[in-house]
Design a protein around this ligand. Structure first.
Ligand code: APR
Length: 232
């Protein structure tokens, strides 16, 4: 069975009603990264940071997986599908994808500020100042902030290096080091990009570019991959 590695970004969840980060109406147009998504912001004003993620978390809970998330689940009928996502939502999992690696954390989980290995699903709860982990330290969102290490990066690079097909959906590729993964696919791999605005960083000579939204482009692509016996 061939391995398809699907690298996703905020664009795959846009048609589920979740804002992307950059571009018109993007999250970073309404908020300064330095105020809400850095260790310095957390040190300066944790209440503001918690509120920012509490609001985002409510939006995630209110959203549903879309046709692109679902099509990637269908692909598992014929391929070993590995999802590597920059998204902190759980829409891939709720759609039914079995192997999902989150590079930038998971918004529905809290994390201990003393021991980063202590994470917990929040259920329907927010995080408030004074909420503590079992060790007694303040809880923070389980999110990789700007300026922090990306602990899952090595594992992601290992997964991408096994790709027969590398599919990149809905990311601007503006954020390092996650964007370096597009270069971690083996030379022999077929590379496909689905994005209505194909990013400049995409090496167009070695990628097939599908300039469509995720909900248009991904189901069409999946249908063709499931039909094409040469891809198996
Ligand atoms: N379908 C597919 N792609 C879309 C759609 C759509 N319906 N709508 C927008 N896009 C594309 C945009 O063209 C853009 O290239 O999705 C991309 C979104 O880019 P960003 O907002 O930069 O999101 P992302 O690449 O996931 O950001 C990476 O930045 O702030 C951080 O940690 C955050 O994980 C995030 C990282």
């Amino acid at each position: 069975m061939k391995t398809i590695v699907v690298f996703t970004g905020a664009g795959i969840s846009a048609e589920s009603g979740l804002q992307t980060f950059r571009g018109d109406g993007g999250l970073w147009e309404g908020h300064r990264v330095e105020d809400v998504a850095t260790p310095e912001a957390w040190a300066r004003d944790p209440a503001l940071v918690l509120e920012f993620y509490n609001v985002r978390r409510r939006h995630v809970r209110a959203s549903q997986p879309n046709a692109a998330h679902s099509a990637l689940v269908d692909l598992e009928r014929a391929y070993d599908v590995r999802i590597v996502t920059q998204n902190v939502d759980d829409l891939h999992e709720r759609a039914g994808s079995k192997k999902v690696l989150h590079l930038h954390g998971e918004i529905l989980h809290s994390r201990s500020t003393r021991d980063p290995s202590l994470t917990q699903h929040l259920g329907d709860r927010d995080i408030a100042l004074g909420d503590t982990c079992p060790l007694g330290s303040q809880l923070r969102p389980h999110i990789v902030w700007f300026g922090e290490n990306v602990p899952a990066l090595d594992e992601a690079a290992r997964i991408v290096s096994q790709a027969d097909i590398f599919l990149c959906v809905g990311t601007s590729l503006e954020v390092y080091p996650a964007n370096s993964l597009i270069f971690a696919a083996p030379r022999r791999a077929r590379r496909i990009v689905v994005n209505p605005k194909v990013p400049d960083l995409v090496p167009a000579d070695i990628c097939e570019c599908i300039a469509k939204t995720a909900c248009e482009g991904v189901p069409e692509l999946v249908a063709s991959l499931l039909l094409a016996p040469t891809n198996r």
